[in-house]
Design a protein around this ligand. Structure first.
Ligand code: ZN
Length: 241
């Protein structure tokens, strides 16, 4: 006796198959899922910056211009120019502002580095929350820009992007340029020249010694280890003395 490809009972086989397909139809799936399970997660709403006047903050938490703490730290505030990954000028002034206690620590890093003939050059410090929102409008991709739903540690005045320079102000070789969002910018990247990895380590060691912690994906970014005690702010850079 010859069977067709569905076996001995073709009609029974087809019925089982149809039931199996039918139960996976969305209306059946939705009906059988637990009502607690949400199929799509709602977008988190934006965090609100702390609405506060500078004068209301204790002195250690006030935003200060780094130049009032240490004049030897060099500035290359990229978001005050079009020389950044967004090719847009986002700051009205080229200023590195940080919480006073954080700025004091960064001043100490500079002093430490000068003993070995080096110094710091900062690319970005405090970033007003409205600028983070603007960046997100231009490029809503968490791989490049902080999601305003969570805010950035730069918004807290407790993070800094920077590199090393020699006595003449020339940047030391690093694994990538600033704001290179590839794996080469990761702190554990093992490629590139040995000198670039050594320089990256020198920067990390100097920052760590004064209480800054690096993040894994950007060799240039450091958070003050106490960043959590500072709220997100939206004070304009022009208001910072
Ligand atoms: Zn950063």
């Amino acid at each position: 006796m010859k069977f067709n490809r569905f076996g001995k009972y073709p009609i029974a086989f087809m019925l089982v198959l149809l039931c199996a397909i039918g139960l996976h139809h969305p209306i059946f799936v939705r009906a059988t899922e637990s009502p607690q399970v949400q199929i799509t997660q709602p977008e988190p709403t934006s965090v609100a910056p702390e609405s506060v006047f500078m004068s209301q903050l204790p002195s250690w938490a006030r935003l200060v211009d780094i130049r009032t703490v240490n004049r030897n730290i060099r500035l290359d505030i990229r978001y005050a120019t079009t020389n950044n990954f967004l090719k847009r000028k986002l700051y009205t002034v080229a200023k590195c502002a940080l919480r006073s206690s954080v700025a004091e620590k960064l001043g100490k890093v500079q002093t430490d580095l000068e003993k070995i003939g080096l110094g710091l050059k900062v690319y970005d410090c405090y970033r007003p929350f409205s600028v983070t929102k603007q960046m997100w409008e231009f490029l809503p991709d968490p791989n490049y820009v902080a999601n305003p739903a969570r805010g950035s540690r730069h918004n807290r005045g407790a993070a800094v992007d920077l590199t090393l320079v020699d006595r003449t102000g020339k940047e030391l070789e690093m694994p990538t340029p600033y704001d290179d969002f590839t794996k080469k910018a990761h702190r554990d990247y093992n490629g590139g020249s040995a000198q670039s990895r050594k320089n990256r380590q020198t920067l990390e060691d100097a920052m760590k010694k004064q209480g800054f912690i690096g993040i894994t994906t950007e060799w240039w970014h450091f958070d003050s280890e106490d960043w959590q005690k500072f709220a997100i702010l939206d004070i304009s850079l022009t208001e910072i003395p």
